[in-house]
Design a protein around this ligand. Structure first.
Ligand code: GDP
Ligand code: MG
Length: 163
């Protein structure tokens, strides 16, 4: 059985970097499907022996500050509803921001399965952010570096029993 994983979180935490790493070139172009905007990118992910669908909440980067809050909420809710599992990404170097708290709230209400991932944690960076990520109450955070490919085995280990 396969599953759909949605990567959600505020802009600039590294969602698309992880999406690209998981998908490589196997990007499904969904723009021309009715009702599907380019704000959600869908791809066929490979991680170890797992094959699954991954959804990136793109499009937030272009929103103005004023429209960001509502847009984030709508996009995230759509992604969450498509997904079996949500990967909620935070920036381990920045720690938890008020915007991250908004996402945490949406996920608590709406998603059955949440994996918290503290990204940009390569080397010894982001130790404080890891601790803050625990305080979200969404389970044990995964330590990731999407850019450097660190933590991918741990992600595989978390996803495998859910597949
Ligand atoms: P998104 O807005 O959440 O999709 O974030 P992006 O994937 O576009 O990444 C935002 C910025 O963070 C880019 O400059 C990335 O190169 C950088 N970035 C992503 N992952 C990592 C990481 O693991 N470590 C570091 N140091 N930078 C990262
Ligand atoms: Mg992005």
């Amino acid at each position: 059985m396969s599953f759909t994983l949605a990567i959600v979180g505020r802009p600039n935490v590294g969602k698309s970097t992880l999406f690209n790493r998981l998908v490589g070139r196997r990007l499904a172009l969904v723009d021309d499907q009715p009702g599907v905007t380019r704000d959600l990118r869908e791809g066929e992910a490979r991680l170890g022996d797992l094959r699954f669908t991954v959804v990136d909440t793109a499009g937030l980067e272009e929103a103005t500050d004023q429209s960001l809050q509502g847009r984030m909420r709508r996009l995230t809710e759509r992604a969450v509803d498509m997904a079996d599992i949500c990967l909620f990404m935070i920036d381990a170097r920045v720690g938890i921001t008020p915007t991250d708290q908004v996402f945490a709230e949406i996920l608590r209400k709406r998603s059955a399965h949440v994996i918290v991932a503290a990204n940009k944690a390569e080397g010894r960076a982001g130790e404080a952010g890891m601790l803050e990520a625990y305080s979200l109450g969404l389970g044990e955070p995964l330590r990731l570096s999407a850019e450097h490919g660190e933590g991918m085995e741990d992600l595989l280990a978390v996803l495998t029993p859910l597949a």
